[in-house]
Design a protein around this ligand. Structure first.
Ligand code: HEM
Length: 446
């Protein structure tokens, strides 16, 4: 029996990239475009709407998908009326580069070092094309290319190829993309049976969220409904430095793997420390029925999984909301991370100079209390775990001055002098509208 309290999600209107799992493995391309002529921009949106609608249908079958997002500057270039532009979330209106200091994008990660033109007013449209294989990717990429290449008022300003390995592992060697919230009405059940599905309004605009309210939505309703905000970040990973760091602090290969797992909260296979604290268990890591079925409440001191481990910081599960003061459910997000650049061969400790890392994509209805909150309060700051100076050991903006505490008996172990292992190479906030909203954008006559 359908639950009458759950508003029906208009799945057919929501872009494929927002709610639906990607094929695995896959290859993909991200394109950023600049609109120099408004009419051409709208014609592009009309064409992309057609492709996205078709790919939305095939997205259900895990085939090739095309997802489109617009930056604030992009909506402006399309001629969206000012009253409507003003109704978007302030963080989106400011853009990611303006939020750099707050987000910890400083030093090497500061916007002045970003790949041009990321973070500038020239990034208007983002297109993500993903496919299970290169031949099918080429087919959809060709459609997207035709959609823009005949239009002189458009310019491709940035491009990045990406992929996901069949193992799901990314450049540091860890399987990623396991811990994801399920969304009510999406047809997908939670991989963590201890956590019920999130209210749809946490991810998709136009529906009640976990507070029971409708999240602030851009106006008019035709534009906002069924859309979602998207966080896009290119994150370079210093894999050789990371391996060398662990190598210097361990006396065996086993210990290196253990220290690496303590930093992440999972073993490289994806097996959670909460379930297997002493050794990796690849069968567990590969089993979607079991690899996300855990909590932290029975490990308050972090003997199994340190409170400072990346995945525990990013989703503290029941370790935080014991007294009801923090509702972890208000800080979840859909993650769509993917790899770029060649993997550093196993065992190599010297940097080969290649650019490799992760294209990080998050989808959610609340940029501030989801992505920005998790990044600033939980990853960049240690107050909430009682270690104010400790940042996330793997992805935090470390500068060599802080460390990472690993609770062990009889005395805890502390890794010192953590350098940065992740450098932001650029990013932007986008809005991925619903399909009808794309038509609304294409038909603007301002
Ligand atoms: C290059 C940077 C990053 C790397 C290599 C990385 C890697 C990982 C890995 C290996 C996991 C464990 C596997 C899983 O549960 O899916 C994970 C989990 C997670 N990460 Fe990251 N991550 C990065 C950046 C970030 C950032 C910037 C955020 C948020 C602002 C974030 C949020 C999360 C969340 C929410 C989880 C899931 C936790 C859970 O539900 O248990 N990650 N990440």
């Amino acid at each position: 029996m359908p639950d009458a309290t759950i508003p029906t999600l208009q799945l057919e209107d929501i872009q494929a990239g927002a709610l639906f799992e990607r094929p695995s493995p896959y290859v993909g391309t991200y394109l950023m475009l600049r609109i120099t002529n408004r009419a051409d921009g709208r014609e592009l949106v009309r064409r992309l709407h057609r492709i996205a609608t078709a790919s939305r249908a095939s997205g259900m079958s895990q085939d090739t998908t095309l997802t489109v997002g617009f930056s604030y500057r992009g909506l402006e270039a399309l001629g969206v009326p000012q009253a409507s532009l003003d109704s978007f979330a302030p963080e989106f209106r400011e853009g990611m580069a303006a939020r750099a200091q707050l987000l910890g994008d400083v030093g090497e990660s500061a916007p002045e070092h970003w790949e041009s033109p990321l973070g500038s007013a020239d990034v208007h449209v983002a297109i993500a094309a993903l496919s299970p294989d290169r031949a099918r990717l080429e087919a959809v990429a060709e459609k997207a290319r035709r959609a823009h290449s005949e239009l002189p008022g458009l310019e491709v300003v940035w491009r990045q190829d990406c992929y996901q390995l069949a193992t799901g592992r990314t450049s540091f060697g860890f399987k990623d993309g396991i811990g994801q919230p399920a969304v009510e009405g999406s047809g997908r059940t939670s991989t963590n049976p201890r956590q019920r599905s999130l209210k749809a309004g946490e991810i998709i605009l136009g529906y009640p969220d976990e507070t029971g309210e409708l999240p602030p939505m851009p106006t008019p309703e035709e534009l906002g409904r069924n859309g979602t905000y998207v966080v896009f970040r290119k994150l370079h990973t210093k894999v050789a430095a990371y391996r060398q760091y662990l190598h210097d602090r361990a006396t065996s290969r086993e210990e290196e793997k253990l220290l690496g797992a303590k930093m992440v909260g999972r073993w490289q296979s994806g097996a959670p420390l909460a379930l297997t604290p002493h050794r990796d268990d690849p069968d567990l890591g590969a089993d979607p029925q079991r690899n996300n079925d855990f909590a932290f409440a029975d490990d308050p001191r972090g003997f199994k999984c340190p409170a400072g481990a990346h995945a525990r910081r990013a989703n503290p599960r029941d370790a935080l909301d014991q007294d009801g003061s923090v509702d972890v459910r208000l800080h979840r997000m859909i993650r769509r991370g993917t790899s770029y650049g060649p993997m550093l061969p196993e065992g190599i400790l010297e940097d080969d100079g290649a650019d490799r890392g992760i294209i990080f994509v998050f989808a959610g209805a609340h940029l501030k209390r989801q992505f920005e909150f998790v990044k600033t309060q939980w990853l960049n700051d240690g107050i909430f775990i009682g270690a104010p100076v400790e940042k996330d050991p793997l992805v935090g903006p470390n500068d060599g001055s802080s460390g990472f505490t690993i609770p062990t008996r009889p005395i805890r172990r502390k890794l010192q002098d953590l350098p940065p292992f992740v450098v932001t190479r650029g990013g932007e906030y986008f809005f991925a509208p619903g399909l009808q909203a794309m038509r609304w954008l294409a038909e603007l006559d301002t």
